[in-house]
Design a protein around this ligand. Sequence first.
Ligand code: 0O2
Length: 211
Amino acid sequence: LMNIADHYGFKEWRELIFMHESAIEEVNTKLKILNNEFKIIHDHNPIEHIKSRVKKPDSIIEKLERKGYEVNLENAKTKINDIAGIRIICSFTDDIYKILEMIKAQDDIEVLKVKDYIKNPKENGYRSLHLLIQLPIFLSSQARMTKVEIQIRTIAMDFWASLEHKIYYKYKNDAPDEIPQKLKESAEMIKKLDQQMLNIKRDLEQYSKEQ
Ligand code: 0O2
C-alpha cells in the first residue's frame, strides 16, 4: 500500500499528525476535569473509560479512496473528520447526553455536527452518538482550529460495535448470510439491556432518596 508521505512532504504529514495528537490531549484533559467535577456533584462517574487514537496514514488513504476523493493533503485535512478520534464509554444511556451538554457548554469548543445513531440507529443496528467538534490548539505563534470526532456510547453498545467492526473488516460482504440478521437482533437486545440498566439505576436513586 502506498504511504501517504509519498503524496506530499514528510514535514506536512508530521504536522498534520502533531496537530491531531495535540487536539486529543486537550480534549482528554477537558473530559477528565468534567468527569471529576461530575463525580463530586453527583457521586458517580459518567465516563467509564476513554479510548483515543490518531488515524493511521493507510486508513486515511483508504477512507479518501472509499469516499471517492483524490488522495492529497488538502483532502485529508478537509474531508476526513476523524483523523483525531476519541471514544467515550459510559455505563448508562443518560450519561451520554449529559456528556454532550457538558461538551457543548465549553467556550472554546465548537460543535460542528451531531449524529445521533442512538435515536436513529443505522440499518445494521449500529448505535452511538457522534460529535464533530473543533477547538483551538495554541502554538508558539498562532492558534490553529483542529477537528476531533467524538463517539459516545454505552459499554453494551461498544461491545456490539467492536464485534460488528471485526466481522466487517474480516469478511467484508462475505460473512455467512444469517450474520447481519443475528447482529441486528443482538442490537435490539442491547437496546433493551441498556434500558433495563437505566431503570435499575433510577430505582436505586429513588430508593436512596427515600432513606
Ligand atoms: P474506523 O476503522 O473505526 O476508523 P461523515 O459522513 O464525514 O460525517 P463518516 O466518518 O463517514 O462521517 O461517518 P460516521 O457515520 O460518522 O462514522 C465514523 C466512524 O463511526 C467509523 O469510522 C466507525 O468508527 C464508526 N461507525 C460508523 N458506522 C459504524 C458501523 O456500522 N459499525 C461500527 N462498528 N462502527 C461504525 P471508520 O473510519 O469508518 O472506521
